[in-house]
Design a protein around this ligand. Structure first.
Ligand SMILES: Nc1ncnc2c1ncn2[C@@H]1O[C@H](COP(=O)(O)OP(=O)(O)OP(=O)(O)O)[C@@H](O)[C@H]1O
Ligand SMILES: [Mg+2]
Length: 103
């Protein structure tokens, strides 16, 4: 979540409207989380590769590990993460998480 929020903040630096909306819902077997920002968006041809390690397309380049780590962690617990983005308009990351089983 920290990595998603930091990316959204970076993506909104040059925007006049800066908003991050976080919503969630759940059913018996899954928790759904959505992070939406009003940032620069991600061009369609880059959306597939942003989850790969060492891919950074920022002006002031990052290391490119934030999303790769987020995906690895989510998948380690049986969940999934996906992106939907409109260039210049904003980006949403959607997470499906399995509730942890408490001993
Ligand atoms: N919310 C977002 N809005 C626009 N672009 C994004 C957003 N989130 C990720 N990206 C794009 O995906 C790329 C990969 O993100 P990732 O977090 O893996 O790396 P990074 O932020 O560049 O570096 P690091 O997180 O390691 O400091 C970013 O460089 C950026 O181009
Ligand atoms: Mg990052």
């Amino acid at each position: 979540m920290n990595n998603l929020l930091l990316n959204s903040i970076d993506a909104m630096k040059e925007k006049s409207e800066r908003r991050i909306d976080i919503s969630w819902s759940e059913n018996e077997s899954l928790v759904y989380l959505e992070f939406h920002d009003t940032g620069s968006g991600i061009p369609p041809d880059l959306q597939e590769s942003i989850f790969n390690a060492f891919r950074s397309y920022k002006k002031e380049k990052g290391i490119g590990l934030g999303l790769a780590m987020a995906k690895r962690i989510v998948e380690m617990y049986g969940g999934s993460i996906s992106v939907e983005s409109q260039p210049e308009t904003g980006t949403s990351f959607n997470l499906k998480l399995k509730p942890l089983e408490c001993p």
